[in-house]
Write a protein that binds this ligand. Structure first.
Ligand code: ACO
Length: 336
């Protein structure tokens, strides 16, 4: 079977209107703007409205990606939505979005891999196209992470934000689009970033709520170390499979958790820091959604041209790591 390529042919994102600044957090927990900026680089983040769930953010992000691609919803064969904050355990949030956008010919599924979710979902979607299963796959990442955060835990609550990003994947020449990928899982570190209750193991009871066990728990220090050690390894693995070097990379679109992680990764990979796109200052950590939100940001600022080599990197709950190397095929935004 001769494989065809798969590429990103449309990008979109959606940000909730309300902005939560560090000054707002100073009024709610024992923290300071100085601490948050110096430890994370975060200045503000978005907060979903009370009646907005992940599907509500995903729908406009998906519509913008479809519009950018010039693709009708009926042409989509599969919707993959990645999130750690689904509307419900079931039905899949992907099904709610599929129906709302009129993707009447599509299958739909959710995929969970923490903050690495978009990398996993993009690789899965691309392979459905490469093997001829579908022509167009919609890959969406959407999160209302502020809803699972513990608003009394200053070590975590100030980090997170809400938002959604989406891409339309379509067929291309074999040497374009997704060139290679590397995925890894380290489940032995699963307890370092976890929402202990609310799943099949521990039901949410008044005692569980009183102990905040239905909220996100993170050992930030340990995750930090796993991230800065793991990112260069997974990135080099993906680059080697594409027979490329770090000097071939045009830009890095990476999970946005902490500016110190972005900078350390650039240094350890030997790439100029300004090639690692940063949106963490204005959006905080929006888990799986951060990579496509960051992609849409650099794309719509005209920062990508056809032929660029884009290195995508994710890391997060699991503990998971993922990297993908893409030869960009869209013209500079606004030029098409
Ligand atoms: N304001 C003021 N002080 C604070 C705050 C706060 N918001 N949070 C913690 N502190 C204090 C701590 O109590 C501690 O005080 P102590 O020294 O008196 O004990 C001190 O600041 C240092 O705390 P650390 O936790 O050691 O701070 P660190 O420099 O490690 O930064 C952070 C914490 C930002 C969480 C960092 O570890 C980090 O970014 N980790 C990685 C997180 C990540 O990448 N997650 C990715 C996946 S996210 C996902 O999948 C949803």
């Amino acid at each position: 079977m001769s494989l065809r390529g798969a590429t990103i042919c449309g990008v979109g994102s959606y940000l909730p209107e309300q902005i939560l600044t560090n000054a707002d957090w100073e009024r709610m927990v024992d923290t300071t703007d100085e601490w948050i900026v110096s430890h994370t680089g975060i200045r503000e983040r978005r907060l979903a409205a009370q009646d907005e769930a992940s599907s509500d953010l995903a729908i406009p992000a998906a519509q913008r990606a479809l519009e950018d691609a010039g693709i009708q919803p009926e042409q989509i064969g599969l919707v993959i939505l990645t999130t750690v904050t689904p509307d419900h355990f079931f039905p899949a949030t992907a099904c709610l979005v599929q129906s709302a956008i009129g993707a009447t010919n599509a299958g739909a599924m959710d995929l969970t891999s923490g903050c690495t979710g978009f990398i996993y979902a993009m690789v899965a979607g691309a392979n459905f196209i490469r093997t001829g299963g579908y022509d167009y796959v919609l890959v969406i990442a959407s999160e209302v992470l502020t809803r699972t955060a513990d608003w009394a835990d200053r070590a975590t609550c100030v980090l997170f934000g809400d938002g959604a990003g989406a891409t339309v994947l379509g067929p291309c020449e074999p040497d374009q689009g997704l060139l290679s990928f590397a995925l890894s899982s380290h489940g032995e570190h699963g307890d370092l970033l976890i929402m202990p209750a609310g799943g099949g193991r521990t039901r949410v009871t008044p005692e569980v709520i009183a102990q905040h066990q239905d909220c996100l728990k993170m050992e930030g220090h340990d995750i930090f170390k796993l991230a800065v050690r793991g990112i260069p390894r997974i990135a080099r693995d993906a680059l080697a499979k594409a027979q490329l070097k770090t000097s071939d990379i045009s830009v890095v679109v990476m999970h946005q958790a902490n500016q110190r992680i972005l900078d350390a990764s650039a240094d350890r990979l030997g790439i100029e820091r300004d090639r690692v796109i940063s949106t963490v200052g204005k959006y905080g950590n929006s888990s799986a959604a951060s990579v496509p939100m960051c992609l849409d940001d650099v794309y719509r600022r005209g920062g990508l041209v056809a032929g660029d080599i884009v290195l995508f990197v994710g890391f997060g709950a699991g503990f998971t790591l993922g990297a993908a190397v893409v030869r960009w095929t869209l013209p500079r935004f606004g030029a098409h």
